[in-house]
Write a protein that binds this ligand. Sequence first.
Ligand SMILES: CCCCCC/C=C\CCCCCCCC(=O)SCCNC(=O)CCNC(=O)[C@H](O)C(C)(C)COP(=O)(O)OP(=O)(O)OC[C@H]1O[C@@H](n2cnc3c(N)ncnc32)[C@H](O)[C@@H]1OP(=O)(O)O
Length: 238
Amino acid sequence: MLRRCARLLRTTGALCGPKRGRSFSSEVLHVDHSLPNPSWNEDMRLLFDQFMKKSEDGSWKRLPSYKYNPTERIEDVKIFFPDAKLLKEQMSQAQLFPRSLGEGVGFEYAMFHNHVEDRTVCIFQGGPHLQGAPGFLHGGAIATMIDSTLGMCAILTGGIAMTANLNINFRRPIPLCSVVVINCQLDRVEGRKLFVSCNVRSMDEKTLYSEATSTFVKLDPKKKIDIRASGAFYTNLQ
Ligand SMILES: CCCCCC/C=C\CCCCCCCC(=O)SCCNC(=O)CCNC(=O)[C@H](O)C(C)(C)COP(=O)(O)OP(=O)(O)OC[C@H]1O[C@@H](n2cnc3c(N)ncnc32)[C@H](O)[C@@H]1OP(=O)(O)O
């Protein structure tokens, strides 16, 4: 495992985050990070190929994933924010948290969604900078990927929604640099509430690492979100 981590560390830093005031080439802005890169180990590639095969008949779809907000996404969420100008300024500097670390050292993942079954699967290789207990993934890193996968499952089914509640049972520690599969499903919808759940298992499915249930709430366009009310977020960007 240590040798694998060392190899991952050597591949670090292919893409650095934007610095304020700099502009980015469309090459950087439009990199789809859910495609294989040199830091992916054999297990990750094998699972990716298996899901790509499943996607051939259209039942599963690979979800592209970008570090920076595509313009269309800003348009999608504008309706919930009273100050569209401020939103645009802030979002132009923002990076998707799980994509904000260098290649191979943080969150390497690809998600696939099945629209018929309302299921989302994430194949996830947690890199050496996500360590919690020595040799194992940090619980917060696991929670991040669980939240992100549940979030995609909820959003793709119900539209723009946010995590209202997330319960996780951590059953076994996840070895650093190993590959796990996060299997999410939409359980039910009640009004604006989307109930989703998932488990995190080893590639051979024999080890159950974690289980989670969550409630996402669809945002109500009548309730605008005032970015200025969130002082920390706003002042950090000044
Ligand atoms: C932002 C969308 C982006 C879209 C683009 C997609 C791009 C990339 C996707 C990546 C995936 C990311 C996934 C990660 C998601 C997150 O981590 S979100 C961050 C963490 N969450 C938050 O910060 C949310 C903070 N909370 C709120 O803003 C609000 O509380 C709320 C929006 C969740 C709900 O507020 P409101 O709309 O006012 O709803 P209410 O009227 O209060 O309640 C509606 C019903 O929901 C029930 N409810 C509310 N809160 C909870 C709760 N904590 N637990 C359980 N249930 C809750 C409430 O009881 C109401 O139910 P009834 O209708 O009365 O039955």
